[in-house]
Every structure is written in C-alpha cells, then in structure tokens.
Design a protein around this ligand. Structure first.
Ligand SMILES: Cc1cc2nc3c(=O)[nH]c(=O)nc-3n(C[C@H](O)[C@H](O)[C@H](O)COP(=O)(O)O)c2cc1C
Length: 395
C-alpha cells in the first residue's frame, strides 16, 4: 500500500505513554508512514521495541545517530517532510521546550524543523496540579496561538491518585480528531490566497513615522490556516517582528501604504481570495522631509494626505473573480461603520474587531457577509480561532 501521509509521533515521559501505542498503531494501520521519536524519559515507561512494532519502523531516540545520508540528521528527517506531528502524552517539560524553541533533545529539535504546512497536535497528560500550573498554562497558550491543536486533557481519575483534568484523551477519540487533518484533498488545494498583514509606516522624516500597534499576528494566523488547508499563500507584510512572519509563503515585505498597494497589485493576478488583514495607515505626511525635523518650542504642524484605500482599489474593478475579506477595527459604532465599509469597498465579508485585539494574541470579533442582515458575533477568541472561522468562510 502506498503510504498516505508522513506522520511524526513524539512520545514523552508520562504514565500514559503506553496509551500512545494504540494511536501509533491505529495511524499505521490506516496506511500512513508513521515515524516515532521517543524522549529519554519516555523510554522509562515503554520500550522502543513496542513502538517499532506499532509503527512498523525503527524508533528514533537520539540526535547523535550513526548512519549515512539523511539518517545522520534525525532532527530534520522525517520532521521536515511531516504532514502531521502529534506529541503524546505531551509532558509539561516537552510542552515548555516546544513552546520556547528549545532544541536540547531529538523530539524538541525535530519540532523546530516542522514545516509551516504541517498539522501540529499535542495531547497533554499530567497531574492535575501540574496542569493548573501557570507556567504550563502559559506554554499551552503559546502553542495554541501558534496553531498547535490541543486535544485534551480529560477530567477523571489520574494515575497519581488525584482526580481532575490531566488524563490523556482516549486513543480512539484522538484518532477520530486526527482523521479530518489527514484527508487527502485539502479544501483549498490548488487555490491561491493573498494576505495583507501588519501595520504600515508613513515616514515623516528619516526617523519618525505614523504607525499603529498592529503586530501582524492575525495575518500570520490566517496564512498558517490557509497553508494547512492546502492553499498557496502570497503574503504582503508591513514592518513586523520576524516571529510574526509565517514560513512557507511567498513573502513580500513593505513599509508604507503605497508600497503595500503596489505589492498587492502585483500579487493579485491568479489569486482566488484576498484577505485584507493589514492595519493600513489612513494618512501620510503631505511632504516628506529628507532631514530630521528639528524640535521647536512653537510645536510642529504636519499636513497629512489620505492614503489610497487598498481594499477599495483592488476590489472596485476586479479583472478576475476573487473573494475578498476585509477587516474593520472600530472603537465605536462598530457595526454601522463596518457595514458601510463592506459596501463602499465592494468586499464579500467584513470582520469587525475591537481595539483590544491590536498587538494581542486574541480579540473580540464579529462578522458580516455581504447579503446577510446581521453580524455574527464570535466573542473574544484567540486569533488562531478567528483565522479558522475566516478560512471556513472562504472554503
Ligand atoms: C512515574 C512518573 C510519572 C510521570 N508522569 C508524568 C506525566 O504524566 N506528565 C508529565 O508532564 N510529566 C510526568 N512525569 C515527569 C516527566 O517524566 C519529567 O518531567 C521528564 O523530564 C519529562 O521528559 P520529556 O518531556 O523529555 O519526556 C512523570 C515522572 C515520573 C517519575
């Protein structure tokens, strides 16, 4: 049978490691190419031979492996080719390492080399006090904000004798949750999504600029979600920190609104959908001073000129059909203003969000689709969940 997907299963040192055997053998029986990495602690709970039998392949346990060619780089192969990575039982220790980019053993280093298109899943299991520890909770949030899907833990009786959240989800339940991630044809296969992300900067002089607090996290979450659904992604980003630039996309970096418009124009032909997630400055200085403007007790008056409206410009006369999703960030009269923008910009849906989402991992969102009467409120949710909902609209 031709292997369907390449799956990396990372097994950590928790009591529930034996339950991971059923997940690994279930995936192997479905015809997937499953490679197992066991941490040193995991080997105190289950012998590698058991996972070798369950997966039908040798188990990887060390960074320092003898061998030729790719075998010398177990931190890169198979991880860089993985379609799905599942870490189970995910210990507090391994979660912390993955969340913070530490690569001091084979599993944590392999997680650093997973491609952006890889589905990433973790199934935590630990003592209830460990699970409630704020450090663990922070690490879980970091992983979720980066697109890792969390399955569990479940409430119940724990091996340590305590009761509460901490049990590994049942293997059959984990396999059911993985099934949609392993489907052959992804809903956006063959489609191209153009995403505009981050703030713009409008320089007044070589030093100062008009900008805003957009971090680019929303755009990154959208790109990762589009990649996960099989789309090719063209990504135009304003100035953001490198951690808010997605991997695996056709990336163009710009500074000002005018540059963003021209990059978006270039990337538009052949795009099936455009998501206008950038926080574009509405104004720029009417005249740019090549010299730093001097400080003056009399104050400083700067004339501003309106920037082009990128969404309106690109959507007004569509040379080819594409779907367009815009964003509106409003401090007041949100729904009225967002509805006006939807109509004025000729876009297909608008996502209204509150200023609390600027620069944050989450936000308060609602959505209006062209032709519908009412906004649908999504409440305060992580940006990754908002990205999933937006991609669901496009699909
Ligand atoms: C008997 C025993 C059971 C353990 N069970 C768990 C567990 O379920 N979850 C967890 O996070 N840590 C558990 N630990 C602690 C981890 O094994 C320890 O933090 C280890 O360093 C994890 O390494 P790893 O993340 O590289 O697998 C357990 C330790 C012992 C001695």
């Amino acid at each position: 049978m031709k292997p369907k997907k390449t799956i990396l299963a990372g097994i950590c040192g928790g009591v529930a490691a034996y339950k991971a055997l059923d997940v690994v053998s279930g995936l192997a029986k479905q015809g997937h190419n499953v490679r197992v990495i066991m941490t040193e602690a995991a080997r105190h709970f289950v012998e590698p031979a058991a996972f070798a039998a369950a997966s039908g392949a040798p188990v990887l346990t060390t960074l320092w492996q003898e061998g030729d060619g790719e075998d010398k780089y177990p931190h890169l192969y198979p991880s860089t080719r993985a379609d799905l990575c599942i870490v189970l039982p995910a210990t507090a220790n391994s979660l912390a390492k993955i969340a913070h980019g530490i690569g001091d053993d084979l599993l944590s280093t392999a997680c650093l080399s997973l491609p952006a298109s890889c589905e990433k899943v973790f199934c935590p299991a630990m003592n209830v006090e460990m699970w409630r520890n704020p450090a663990v909770q922070d690490n879980v949030r970091i992983l979720e904000s980066r697109g890792w899907l969390r399955l569990g833990p479940e409430d119940g009786h724990l091996a340590c004798g305590m009761t509460g959240p901490g049990r590994l989800r049942e293997p059959a339940d984990i396999l059911n949750n993985l099934a949609p991630l392993l489907r052959d044809t992804k809903p956006l296969s063959g489609k191209t999504v153009l995403i505009l992300s981050g703030p713009t900067r409008e320089y007044l002089d070589p030093v100062r600029y008009i900008g805003n607090a957009s971090s680019g996290r929303m755009g990154k979450a959208l790109a990762e979600e589009a990649l996960r659904r099989g789309a090719a992604v063209r990504f135009v980003s304003g100035p953001v920190s490198s951690e808010n630039l997605p991997g695996g996309v056709d990336l163009k970096r710009v500074t000002s609104a005018e540059e963003m418009l021209s990059a978006a124009r270039e990337a538009l032909p052949g795009s099936d959908a455009v998501i206008f997630a950038a926080a574009v400055a509405d104004y720029r200085a009417s005249s740019y001073s090549p010299e730093k403007r001097a400080k003056s007790e009399a104050g400083l008056r700067i004339d501003l000129s309106p920037n082009p409206d990128i969404a309106a410009t690109l959507c007004r006369d569509r040379a080819h059909p594409f779907k367009a999703v815009g964003f509106a960030l409003q401090s007041h009269d949100g729904e009225t203003c967002a509805r006006k923008k939807l109509e004025a910009k000729h876009i297909d849906a608008i996502i209204l969000n509150a200023p609390d989402s600027m620069g944050s991992e989450s936000g308060t969102f609602s959505c209006l689709i062209n032709g519908q009467e009412e906004f649908t409120s999504w409440g305060r949710i992580p940006k990754h969940d908002a990205a999933k909902k937006i991609l669901n609209l496009l699909v």
